[in-house]
Design a protein around this ligand. Structure first.
Ligand code: FAD
Ligand code: PYC
Length: 406
């Protein structure tokens, strides 16, 4: 209590006791995306009469469960330009927030174990270079130089034939990103309401008019829905359909070790990816669970499978302990590109379809969704990601650039 008296302003964000009965805009979901949109709406458009509603705790969804890989080595021109802008935004973010995000550029290797994988890596490298992004196809000896501990023969099972090397590949402290956006939005007057679940959304004559929550009803002309794996439930509330399907994506970390792994290593064929944090832990992941499930439970099967594949690449890790495992709910689209922008309902904006790939896009999603909500026009960088592309058969095929196997 004495401490609270000395520091009346909380270090991160204020606790709000009550919802008002109306706001200029409501953002559903206090993950990185919802908070980033709130931050840029307040900072760049002077819109501060905003409530961010979160059914759990800030950053407790996929933002706080992800493995933090940041890169722009995508396959489609739309994707490459979009993620490249995000990587650019990441560079100044810690300074903007005055908060250490542990952003660390490591270089990112996507291993190829087959001729066809080499072809895809070469294709991605060429598309990337065309847009000025540092990506190149590298030989096994270059991989060995950057990662001397790797067994390039993979125990003789699936020898590494080459890799796509992407120098800007980075990692960051995921929850600090949510805190930074949350604090920045809060300081500009945005209200963040945790433990406040949206139960219904009112639509009248094709327009959003408000939301019903566990803490009361709000009138608003604008709702941004940024709820990742919960998107199908929210879309049901407004009567919209999407081709989203939700699968668990699991991850795990090891006990801390001396630093030995500088780059980020991904093998889609072996279903494994790994990086080492500043604290020395190995952060590891694999493919989606192979069944649709709206749950964040994790499984022994996952930990065993991933450990076995890790040992194919790094046999010396056999005595290392796993300290935690968990899962998030990945909102997958059929083309592995996001769904963003305006919808058929006036004032209802969507930021979804972030599946296994949305953390890296947090800054650019915030920027482009803030523009879209403030101007009621979809930002040009997200024009190709609209929900109606599925109706119009105008898909953005990004599956070949998804890091994890599916
Ligand atoms: P979230 O952080 O999930 O936030 C949505 C919030 O909405 C949640 O907090 C939820 O509680 C809230 N909510 C839901 N329904 C309601 C409601 N009715 N009312 C109020 N609030 C509600 N991406 C990468 O780029 N790189 C990676 O390395 C990477 N690794 C991943 C590893 C794992 C294990 C997982 C699960 C995902 C990974 N991703 C990765 C994907 C990335 O985590 C997500 O795409 C991204 O975090 C989505 O952010 P978000 O803010 O949209 O969603
Ligand atoms: O998008 O790079 C990525 C990624 C890696 C692991 C999960 N997603």
């Amino acid at each position: 209590f004495a401490l609270a008296k000395q520091h009346p302003e909380p270090a991160m964000f204020r606790h709000r006791d009550r919802l008002k009965s109306n706001y200029d805009a409501v953002i559903i979901g206090a993950g990185g995306h919802g908070l980033a949109a709130a931050y840029y709406l307040a900072r760049d458009y002077g819109m501060t009469d905003i409530a961010v509603l979160e059914k759990g705790y800030l950053g407790g969804g996929n933002t706080g469960r992800n493995t933090t890989i940041i890169r722009s080595n995508y396959l489609t021109p739309e994707g490459v330009k979009f993620y490249d802008e995000s990587v650019r935004l990441w560079q100044d973010l810690a300074q903007d927030f005055d908060l250490n995000l542990f952003y660390s550029t490591r270089g990112h290797f996507t291993l190829a174990h087959t001729d066809s994988a080499i072809r895809t890596m070469r294709w991605r490298a060429e598309v990337n270079k065309h847009f000025g992004i540092e990506s190149e196809l590298v030989e096994p000896n270059q991989i060995k130089k950057a990662c001397p501990h790797m067994d390039l023969t993979c125990g003789g099972k699936a020898p590494v034939m080459g890799a796509l090397y992407h120098a800007p590949g980075s990692i960051a402290r995921h929850d600090a990103v949510a805190w930074g956006y949350g604090r920045g939005a809060d300081r500009r007057g945005v209200e963040i309401h945790q433990q406040t679940e949206v139960l219904g959304i009112s639509v009248e004559s094709g327009k959003v008019t408000g939301v019903q929550t566990t803490k009361g009803t709000i009138s608003t002309p604008r709702v941004l829905c940024a709820v990742a794996g919960f998107t199908p439930r929210l879309l049901q509330m407004v009567g919209l359909r999407s081709p989203l399907y939700v699968h668990p994506l699991q991850a795990m970390v090891s006990e801390p070790m001396k630093p030995w792994l500088d780059p980020i290593i991904v093998s889609g064929s072996l279903h494994v990816y790994v990086s080492q944090t500043a604290r020395g832990e190995l952060v590891m992941g694999a493919s989606l669970d192979p069944y649709e499930l709206h749950s964040t439970r994790s499984t022994l099967d996952f930990a065993e499978g991933l450990a076995a594949h890790m040992l194919e690449l790094f046999p010396f890790l056999s005595h290392v302990k796993i300290v935690r495992q968990w899962a998030g709910m990945a909102d997958m689209t059929p083309d592995f590109a996001p769904i963003m922008g305006k919808t058929a309902i006036a004032g209802f904006y969507l930021d979804a379809g972030w599946g296994t790939w949305g953390f890296k896009a947090t800054p650019v999603c915030g920027k482009t969704m803030a523009y879209t909500v403030a101007s009621d026009r979809s930002h040009e960088l997200i024009a190709k990601f609209s929900l109606d592309r599925f109706k119009n058969y105008a898909l953005v095929g990004e599956k070949g650039a998804a890091s994890v196997g599916h």
